[in-house]
Design a protein around this ligand. Structure first.
Ligand code: FAD
Length: 436
C-alpha cells in the first residue's frame, strides 16, 4: 500500500510538514492535488489569476516529480468524490495533509476523514502554514488572544529553533512512489480550459526576497510608489514558499517584517477560534450598522472612479494587477466602509475576487479592523482622510499619477462625497447603531 499526501495550500516539496511525515513513514508516497470544483465553479472571473498560478505550480511539481521517476495525481471535482475514487483505484493506507483554518476546509476535511475511516484508512493532519496555531500562543488566562500587540510579543518571545527549522523532506525523496510501480492510471493534469478557465498569461512575483529589501522594510513599507514590500503574499497563500524559511530570514534582517508575519498567524488563530467572523462582525454589537450599500457607489469604488485620487489609484492597481499596496488597502477599505457606508462584507468580497494574495483569514481580519467591527479594531470614529493619506505617503503624487494619469484633468470625476460630510455621517451612523 501507498500513502497519499494531499496538497492544498502547501504547493511545495521542500520543508512541508505533511509530506515529511508521509515520506518518513517508509511507505511509497503519491502526492495528490484536487482542483476543487466547489470553489472553482463559484469564481466570477474565468481568467482568475489564482487558478492560473496554481495550475502552473502543479505543472512544476509534476516536472520535479517526473525527474525522480514519480508523479502527482491531479484531478478536478469535489474533493470527497475525487478522494473516494483515488482510494478505490490505489491501495492507500494513509492520507497525510496540512491543517487548514478555514471553516469550509475544516468541514471538508471532517467529511473526508470519516469516509476514509470507513475504509480503514488513516487521515493525519499537521501544522504547516503557521508558526504557532491553535493553543500554542495563549493569554496568561489560557484564552486565545484577541488583541494583537500582546499576542505578537508572546509570539516573538516563543520563537526558537524548534519552531522555525525546516522539515528535511529532501532526505527521503527516494520514498516517492515510482510511477512504473503503479500501473496504468490517469496522471494528466486537467487543462485550464477543461475546468472552464482561460489563462491571463501574466507573470508572478518570484518566491524569494532579498535581505536588502527586508533591511529597508521598516523605512520603505509605507511608500506605495516604491517596491518596498516583499510581494510574497501569493506564495504564502499557496505555500510556494516556506513560512519557516521566511521567518528565519526575517529574524536575521527585520523585526518589523517578522511582526507582519505574526499578523498572519494572528488572523489564522482568530478565524480558527472564532469562526463566526467569516460572515459576522467579531463584536456582535456591530452587526446592525445600517449601511447604505448604494449600487452606484459600489460600482464607482470598484472601478476606481470616486474622484479621490489615492482611492482610485489603489482600486485600479488592484483591478489591473491583482495586488495593492498595504497602505492603500487601508485607505480604500476605510473609504468604502466609512465614506460610502458600504458594508465591509461587500468590500471584503471584492478583494476576495481580485487579490492574487487573497487569504480569507487576513482579508477578513483586516476588513473588520478597518470597519471597527473586529477584535483589535480601529475605533469607529477614526476615519482616514484620503487627501491627508496621499500627502503623507505619496507626497509627490508618483503612485497616483502611475494609476490615475488623468487625475488633474477635467476628465477626472468630481469627488463622490464631500469628506467632512462623509466623515460626520459615518461617525453618527455608527454611534446611533451602537447606542440602540
Ligand atoms: P509584506 O509587507 O511584504 O508582508 C509580508 C507578508 O506578511 C504578507 O505577504 C502577509 O502574508 C503578511 N502580512 C503583512 N501584513 C499583514 C496583515 N496586516 N495581516 C495579515 N498578514 C499580513 N493580506 C493577505 O495576505 N491576504 C489578503 O487577502 C489581505 N487582505 C487585506 C485587506 C485589507 C483591507 C488590508 C488593509 C490588508 C490586507 N492584507 C491581506 C494584509 C496586507 O495588506 C498584505 O498581506 C500585503 O499588502 C501583501 O503584500 P506583500 O506580500 O508585499 O506584504
Amino acid at each position: 500500500p501507498i500513502s497519499l499526501v494531499w496538497l492544498r495550500r502547501d504547493l511545495r516539496l521542500h520543508d512541508n510538514a505533511a509530506l515529511y511525515y508521509a515520506l518518513k513513514s517508509g511507505r511509497p508516497v503519491l502526492p495528490i492535488f484536487v482542483y476543487d470544483r466547489l470553489i472553482l465553479d463559484q469564481l466570477e472571473d474565468r481568467d482568475d489569476r489564482r487558478v492560473e498560478f496554481i495550475h502552473r505550480e502543479i505543472q512544476q511539481l509534476q516536472a520535479q516529480l517526473h525527474q525522480m521517476g514519480s508523479t502527482i495525481i491531479a484531478r478536478y471535482g469535489r474533493p470527497i468524490d475525487v478522494l473516494k475514487q483515488v482510494v478505490e483505484e490505489f491501495a492507500v493506507a494513509d492520507v497525510y495533509t496540512n491543517y487548514d483554518y478555514e471553516v469550509y476546509a475544516k468541514e471538508r476535511d471532517a467529511v473526508v476523514k470519516a469516509m476514509l475511516a470507513e475504509r480503514g484508512i488513516g487521515f493525519h493532519t499537521f501544522k504547516d502554514q503557521a508558526i504557532f496555531d491553535r493553543d500554542e500562543v495563549l493569554t496568561g488566562g489560557g484564552k486565545p488572544y484577541t488583541v494583537f500587540t500582546p499576542y505578537s510579543r508572546n509570539w516573538i518571545g516563543k520563537l526558537n529553533d524548534f519552531y522555525v527549522k525546516s522539515y528535511p523532506t529532501e532526505t527521503y525523496f527516494a520514498n516517492f512512489v515510482k510511477t512504473s510501480a503503479l500501473g496504468d492510471h490517469d496522471f494528466t493534469i486537467p487543462t485550464l480550459e477543461e475546468m472552464n478557465f482561460r489563462p491571463k498569461g501574466e507573470s508572478y512575483p518570484v518566491p524569494t526576497v532579498d535581505d536588502d529589501l527586508l533591511q529597508n522594510y521598516e523605512e520603505m513599507r509605507n511608500i506605495p510608489a516604491q517596491p518596498g514590500t516583499s510581494e510574497l503574499g501569493i506564495h504564502l497563500r499557496f505555500g510556494t514558499i516556506s513560512i519557516r524559511d521566511l521567518v528565519r530570514q526575517a529574524q536575521a534582517t527585520s523585526e518589523r517584517f517578522l511582526t507582519e508575519l505574526a499578523w498572519r498567524d494572528f488572523y489564522f488563530q482568530i478565524l480558527d477560534h472564532f469562526p463566526h467572523v467569516e460572515k459576522h462582525a467579531f463584536r456582535r454589537e456591530y452587526e446592525n450598522i445600517p449601511f447604505l450599500n448604494r449600487a452606484e457607489d459600489i460600482e464607482r469604488w470598484q472601478n476606481g472612479e470616486t474622484g479621490y485620487p489615492i482611492v482610485d489609484a489603489g482600486m485600479r492597481q488592484l483591478n489591473e494587477t491583482g495586488w495593492m499596496h498595504n497602505r492603500v488597502r487601508l485607505v480604500v477599505a476605510s473609504f468604502c466602509v466609512k465614506h460610502l457606508l458600504i458594508d465591509w462584507r461587500i468590500g471584503e468580497a471584492y478583494f476576495a475576487r481580485k487579490l492574487r494574495d487573497y487569504d480569507l483569514a487576513a482579508n477578513n481580519g483586516n476588513w473588520q479592523w478597518i470597519a471597527g467591527t473586529g477584535n483589535d479594531a480601529a475605533p469607529y470614529f477614526r476615519v482616514f482622510n484620503p487627501a491627508e493619506q496621499a500627502r503623507k505617503f505619496d507626497p509627490k503624487g508618483i503612485y497616483i499619477r502611475r494609476w490615475v494619469p488623468e487625475f488633474d484633468s477635467l476628465r477626472y470625476p468630481q469627488p463622490i462625497v464631500d469628506h467632512p460630510m462623509a466623515r460626520q455621517r459615518a461617525i453618527d451612523t455608527y454611534k446611533k447603531a451602537l447606542n440602540r
